[in-house]
Design a binder for this molecule. Structure first.
Ligand code: NAD
Length: 320
């Protein structure tokens, strides 16, 4: 079972169904990546902040060594953490991340969040996380997104990234990027599920030729693992009567309906799981079509609830 691909504005083909690496425990990460490759996944969505890039690299290296895949069969995505937004920090940290993955280029490298934090040397703490002191102090950097984007473009020039993109940008920052981009973002990665559909942002990106990747396609489920208190405000999507009814009608699982809803809108998806049978199920989610009635019912589920907000991590009391 292989995923269909989407042609990016950079000219490269990107698998439409990939594998997410956030919250994959270090102890099982190498095996998880290796098993996902065996299950047919070719796109892996990693990040400095996930703290498991070395283990991801071990899984990839094992699969390559055993002849299951070649490097060029894989599409490896990683992200620039906020503490590395300063222009002179982008290339060195990218080289470190590449070394962790045991590869010499990323297929796609994203700005993780459009907000720069003050530099923390990797020898002090890695991954650095949100807090300058590792506890609670948030120190913003004065580096602009335009400066950081210029350094991202140089990664392409240097052959360290084939495509570059953005994540967690809203419309204003996408428009801003398009004013100064010498290399346009190939993808925009955003939180996207029936409770947060963001049709205007998706339309804007697609109109501008930027492929949208949906993360947290299962909504609150991905945030239950970090015991995020906001999940209490939204029922699990996989247990929604609307999603279950559509799944029964198509003889699919609720998870497959949630993924197909996104891929049918032209988005890529990057679900995460550690279980082999679920890996196969998620990859096999593109071989049916939701009908107009299904799409209307899902459109009515939009609550505009966002689970992944940076401020949630350091000012939970100011949320509601
Ligand atoms: P997700 O939406 O993929 O949900 C993961 C949860 O769903 C896990 O608990 C898993 O066990 C369960 N699950 C997966 N498939 C299932 C199935 N078929 N049936 C039942 N349960 C199933 O959550 P996520 O990890 O938040 O998002 C996916 C990926 O998106 C991440 O791993 C990461 O790579 C990326 N991401 C990026 C950002 C960003 O800021 N750019 C933020 C969050 C996530």
């Amino acid at each position: 079972m292989a995923s269909p691909t989407i042609k990016l504005n950079s000219g490269y083909e990107m698998p439409q169904v990939g594998f997410g690496l956030w919250k994959v425990d270090n102890a099982v990460c190498a095996d998880t990546v290796y098993n996902a490759i065996k299950a047919g996944y070719r796109l892996f969505d990693g990040a400095c902040d996930y703290g498991n890039e070395k283990e991801c690299g071990e899984g990839v290296a094992r699969a390559i060594k055993e002849g299951i895949v070649k490097r060029e069969d894989l599409f490896i995505v990683s992200k620039l953490w906020q503490t590395f937004h300063d222009e002179d920090k982008v290339e060195p940290i990218t080289r470190k991340q590449l070394a962790d993955w045991q590869i010499d280029y990323f297929d796609l490298f994203l700005i993780h969040f459009p907000a720069a934090l003050e530099y923390v040397d990797p020898s002090v703490r890695y991954p650095p996380g949100w807090f300058y002191d590792g506890k609670s102090e948030v120190r913003w950097s004065k580096t602009t997104l335009q400066q950081t984007w210029g350094a991202m473009e140089k990664l392409v020039d240097a052959g360290l990234a084939r495509s570059i993109g953005i994540s967690n940008y809203q419309a204003q920052s996408v428009y801003d990027n398009l004013i100064y981009a010498r290399i346009r973002p190939a993808t925009l990665q955003i939180e996207h599920h029936p409770y947060l559909q963001q049709p205007d942002l998706v339309n804007l990106a697609q109109k501008e030729g930027i492929t949208v990747t949906a993360y947290s396609s299962f909504g609150p489920t991905g945030f239950m693992e970090i015991e995020d208190f906001r999940v209490k405000h939204a029922a699990p999507l996989m247990e929604s009567p609307v999603i279950k009814e559509i799944a029964t009608k198509h003889k699919k699982t609720p998870a497959q309906v949630l993924l197909r809803w996104a891929t049918q809108r032209g988005l890529a998806v990057i679900p995460k799981t550690s279980r082999s049978e679920v890996m196969a199920q998620n990859l096999d989610s593109v071989n049916f079509n939701l009908d107009d009635g299904d799409l209307t019912k899902i459109a009515e589920m939009d609550l505009n609830i966002r689970f992944n907000k940076p401020t949630n991590y350091f000012s939970a009391d100011k949320l509601f």
